[in-house]
Design a binder for this molecule. Structure first.
Ligand SMILES: [Zn+2]
Length: 289
């Protein structure tokens, strides 16, 4: 058999041992190189904000007689809600805060078709919130980063840095601020909502043999696995450890199963935004195993 080295030297090389050695060495060096680039930081302790993010529309919860659960999710989708869907959601919510599964499935399919006709293909879930969004709070914010229910918000300095980085899977939307009770709208360019699409949940659940309800789409783990998963999760959190298999491909910012309200950011994002938010987040380097 004539391998690469053999071809180059014009000789036969038995079983291509040299080729195997050199190819392996090259793969090892590339692997080490890529591992060096995989440097992430956890941003924890982002201050909970007492204000409220008020979305244009939020899907109702679902009451499922197949899996027996009533539930609602907390996803925020980077989608502007068409007027027709907004009106229908409002009408449905007058009757149901938690929709029976038959009704929910009917509306879900209908709204997905309407969005698809506009070129937006998405699988909606119970509780999904759609844009635009307003931030209602008692006074003008001053912190560069905060976390009201619905996701992290950042000041203009930070959002400008993120825009400059041209990140995939991360979306920024201007956030008009409404001061209550005066209902004064402040300049909408001062703060932005950050919608982070990438997360470690999907991969983490998949590896633990989750099941998904065929009717409502709810993910669940068997009870014994769920207990093990909770313990593993708290160990990972205390040691700030993530498996490289759980890290989403190509994402510079992602949510992780080890934090309820925290972000994981790549080194290039960290270098860019940390000077603006120093003192407002607790930073740890992620150990990747
Ligand atoms: Zn179900």
């Amino acid at each position: 058999m004539k391998g690469l080295v053999g071809k180059f030297l014009g000789i036969q090389c038995a079983l291509c041992a040299f080729c195997v050695y050199f190819v392996n060495a090259w793969i090892r060096s590339k692997w080490c190189e890529s591992m060096k680039q995989e440097c992430f930081f956890s941003y924890e302790g982002i201050k909970y904000d007492p204000g409220q993010l008020v979305f244009s529309a939020s899907l109702p919860g679902v009451r499922c007689n197949v899996c027996g659960f009533s539930w609602t999710g907390l996803r925020v989708l980077p989608i502007h809600c068409p007027t027709i869907i907004k009106k229908e959601i409002e009408a449905v919510r007058v009757t149901y805060s938690c929709c029976p599964i038959e009704k929910f499935s009917h509306y879900k399919r209908r709204w997905e078709r309407i969005l698809s006709a506009s070129g937006i293909n998405v699988e909606l879930q119970a509780g999904d919130s759609l844009l635009p969004v307003t931030w209602t709070r008692p006074e003008k914010p001053t912190d560069p980063i905060a976390w009201p229910l619905g996701g992290p918000v950042v000041c203009k300095v930070v959002s400008d840095c993120l825009v400059k980085l041209d990140l995939s899977c991360t979306h920024l939307f201007p956030l008009p601020i409404q001061l209550d009770p005066d209902s004064v709208f402040l300049n909408s360019g001062e703060y932005s909502l950050v919608i982070v699409e990438a997360n470690t949940w999907n991969s983490w659940y998949k590896q633990r043999g989750y099941t998904q309800c065929v009717a409502c789409g709810r993910f669940s783990l068997p009870d014994d696995e769920s207990k093990r998963a909770n313990i593993e999760c708290s160990v990972q959190r205390s040691r700030c450890v993530l498996s490289k298999d759980d890290i989403p491909d190509g994402a510079d910012i992602f949510l992780s199963h080890i934090y309820r309200s925290g972000l994981v950011v790549s080194e290039r994002v960290h270098n860019e935004i940390f000077p603006a938010i120093e003192g407002f987040v607790k930073v740890r380097k992620i150990v990747i195993v």
